[in-house]
Design a protein around this ligand. Sequence first.
Ligand code: KG4
Ligand code: ZN
Length: 333
Amino acid sequence: MLVFGIESSCDETGLAFYDTERGLLAHALHSQIDMHRAYGGVVPELASRDHIRRILPLLQQILQQAAITPAQIDAIAFTQGPGLAGALLVGASVANGLGLAWDKPVLGIHHLEGHLLSPLLASTPPAFPFVALLVSGGHTQLMRVTDIGNYEMLGETLDDAAGEAFDKTAKLLGLDYPGGPAVSHLALSGTPGAVTLPRPMLHSKDLDFSFSGLKTAVLTHLKQSDQPLQEPAKADLAHGFVAAMVDVLTAKSIKAMKQTGLARLVVAGGVGANQQLRTALTAAAQQHAFEVYYPDLALCTDNGAMIALAGALRLQRWPEQARKQYAFTVRPR
Ligand code: KG4
Ligand code: ZN
């Protein structure tokens, strides 16, 4: 079964072809990061307009690149939510328009299910069941993933998401959007232990997180100095922030592995690209005798491949979920 996937929930236009026999055949991505950087974050109206501008040329490009004709496609999957309403509507419109034009069934996919299943695209994919640590710009969750469509929330953030905390900290430090890569890069030159920030909810019994206090601790630290921080001190602060974040994410992941008794941990979402987090989780996995799986770096952040994959796996199991009924809604929240 060959599924065409479309992702447009935020600031990446992603298209991909996934085949249940042959795997990922092609994926194409246009990132709007350069456009939003000038504003220090994603501007929803500009995001929608850029998706509109890019999506059909990107479709032409990927059809050519994959040498696939519409006749070979079995179904179309698109991100139905959560995300920016206007941005979601672009992908949903194109998916349903193509469905009507090509006479294909169409299926809406939950963006987080895409992230959750994205490690299955790796050359050595994890088997079910596993625990997933989903760390993106909008979400921080630990989930028990028993099978396709069988997900149980074990814990989540009570306030800011991990990626959001990275982005807000970057802003405080005067770094570019998106903050994750910028803060992590700066942290590499910081001195370990020079700045120690609080680890919110590290010892709470549940599997929930809270990161807004960590961001406030960065702000408080900055306010202690009447001069703007210079490079070495900034790097120390960035190091302190990343260390606190990684400590909490790692400790809660270990707790989730113990609590569920499962043997595999899967990391997904944009913050899953973070090298410091990967190093800590790999060490924790060795120490506590579980296996840890990461998506390819390029498939951690938003992409069409994970949506095509989620669509294909759903349709393999539940063919009736794709419908030739082209009235659609999106679910921003
Ligand atoms: O999954 P994603 O692309 O979009 C959402 O669904 O939110 O995640 C984007 C988030 C941003 O907050 C970004 O700063 C963060 O992931 N991110 C990182 C890294 N790369 C992206 N955070 C930490 N380290 C990174 N290397
Ligand atoms: Zn995402």
